[in-house]
Write a protein that binds this ligand. Sequence first.
Ligand SMILES: [Zn+2]
Length: 295
Amino acid sequence: MSWFKRESNGTKNPPGEASTHTVRTEGLWLKCEGCREIIWKKDLEATLNTCGKCGHHFRMDARARLAMLFDDGNYEELDEGLESSDPLGFVDSKPYRDRLKATQEATSLKDALISGMGKLAGRPVHICAMEPKFIGGSMGAVMGEKITRAVERSIEFRAPLIIVSASGGARMQEGAVSLMQMAKVSSALMRLDESHLPYISVLTDPTTGGVTASFAMLGDLNIGEPGALIGFAGPRVIEQSIRQKLPEGFQRSEFLLKHGMLDAVVPRAEMKAYIARALDFLAGPVADPSAREAA
Ligand SMILES: [Zn+2]
């Protein structure tokens, strides 16, 4: 049994053995955060990154998300060359410029969002998906600009817009510039609304900070994935400020649905069909129904 190792010294730590050390999986296997079962990673591909036993939704990268939503996984990627200019010359534990470069190399992306146009169940749509592995899916000037352009393109082509969020919020390294994206995207979405085009927001684990506080909560429909952490400040920060224990399930999709902050919680396997039905309702049936059969 060599699936597990202690991060500190690399010694073996078989499944089920109690340990005070942080454990992590090596390569092929991982432990489900929901039911603690051991899952073969290959099995996850067939179940769209959800646990076959308990239904726990693991995070999904932006490319897999778009492949899942667009018909046959086909789409045209747009504005892929946009990258941050490091407007503040920011340095934390290392220069932002270096952090960006390393992340770009690790993810093969220029920033934390992929924007694409294609068809969903036969209907032309614009979908933006965030990449949680790119500096926590954080929102900087590039994300704001890409979404704004997506809105403008949606208006131009009369195509509904879908944004799949997975973000820790505003990107600290871009300071006020990243905060300004909240207003920029929100006002662009107002123009989309005035053009009578639907915008569906899909909130996945995690959707927090400035993303929640702006466009992620502005959808004509706000749909959460099961068990996703969705909030503004994190639970620990809130607990420390109000000095109260938070209720069970606080800031999870199901809790937000119950309290009227979300319109629906939809399992990943049903998400595409759900969005297709919602768009039929919001924007009328697809003009060419044969396209849907093909899809
Ligand atoms: Zn599980």
